[in-house]
Design a protein around this ligand. Structure first.
Ligand code: CA
Length: 225
C-alpha cells in the first residue's frame, strides 16, 4: 500500500485536475481515473491510501456501483463526490460503505479537510492501553478488530457506522447532542449537517436491532445504554 497515493475517479477533467492540484500541494501522489472501470483497475494496481469517487460517471458503472464493488474486496477509505442533495441519502444509506461525502460544488479546502479527517480516523493507531472489547446492551464492540458482534455473530458495519457505535459506547449512559456526535466521530473540522448522524443511527438500529439500547433523547440527541 502506498501511504501517499490517492486515486481520484472523476470524468470531469476540470474537477479532477483541481482536486489533484490541491492534493499534490498537501504532498499526495494522485492517480486519476475517468470511469468506474478505470477506477477499480487503478485501486487494484496502486493500492492507494484513499479513493475519491464521483457518483456521476459515464458508462454502465456509476460511483455507487464502483463503491459497492470496491467494498467487496478492500477497506480502502472512500470519499464520495455527489452532485445533488438527493444523492446523499443514497450514498449514506445504501450500506455501500463510503466513509464520507462532499456535495458539489465544494471548496477545495473543505475537500482537503475531509480527506485529512478520514486519514486521521483510519490511521490504525494502536489502542493498547484501553479495553479491547466494550459491551453495549447485547452488542460486543471489538475495538481492535473493529467488529460489532451480537450473539457471537459479526454484524457487518460501514466504517463510519462502527466509529459512531464506538463513540456512543465509550460514552455509555450519556445523552449526546448531534453536534457532539459529529465532533467526536466525524471530527471538529467536518462541515456536514446533523442529518448525517440520524442516517447513521438509523443504520445502526437496523443492523443491530433491539440488542442495542440506543435511545432518542428528544430535544438533545441520542444516548446509548
Ligand atoms: Ca462526474
Amino acid at each position: 500500500m502506498s501511504d501517499a497515493t490517492i486515486v481520484v475517479v472523476e470524468d470531469d477533467r476540470n474537477i479532477a485536475d483541481l482536486v489533484e492540484l490541491y492534493l499534490r500541494q498537501e504532498g499526495f501522489r494522485v492517480v486519476q481515473a475517468a470511469s468506474g472501470e478505470q477506477g477499480i483497475e487503478a485501486v487494484r494496481n496502486q493500492r492507494p491510501r484513499m479513493v475519491i469517487l464521483d457518483v456521476g460517471l459515464p458508462g454502465g458503472m456509476d460511483g455507487l456501483e464502483v463503491c459497492r464493488r470496491l467494498r467487496a474486496g478492500t477497506d480502502v477509505p472512500i470519499l464520495m463526490l455527489t452532485a445533488r442533495d438527493g444523492e446523499i441519502d443514497r450514498v449514506l444509506g445504501l450500506e455501500l460503505g463510503a466513509d464520507d461525502y462532499v456535495t458539489k460544488p465544494f471548496a477545495p479546502r473543505e475537500l482537503i479537510a475531509r480527506v485529512k479527517a478520514i486519514l486521521r480516523r483510519t490511521d490504525g493507531s494502536p489502542r493498547d492501553a484501553e479495553a479491547d472489547v466494550l459491551l453495549a446492551g447485547d452488542v460486543e464492540v471489538d475495538l481492535k478488530r473493529r467488529e460489532a458482534r451480537r450473539g457471537g455473530e459479526v454484524v457487518p458495519l460501514a466504517t463510519r457506522e462502527f466509529d459512531l457505535l464506538r463513540f456512543l459506547t465509550e460514552n455509555l449512559g450519556l445523552a449526546l447532542t448531534r453536534q457532539q456526535l459529529l465532533d467526536g466521530v466525524w471530527g471538529a473540522g467536518w462541515y456536514g449537517d446533523e442529518r448525517t448522524v440520524d442516517v447513521h443511527v438509523r443504520q445502526l438500529r437496523k443492523k443491530l436491532g433491539d440488542g442495542l439500547p440506543l435511545a432518542t433523547v428528544w430535544g438533545v440527541g441520542y444516548r446509548l445504554g
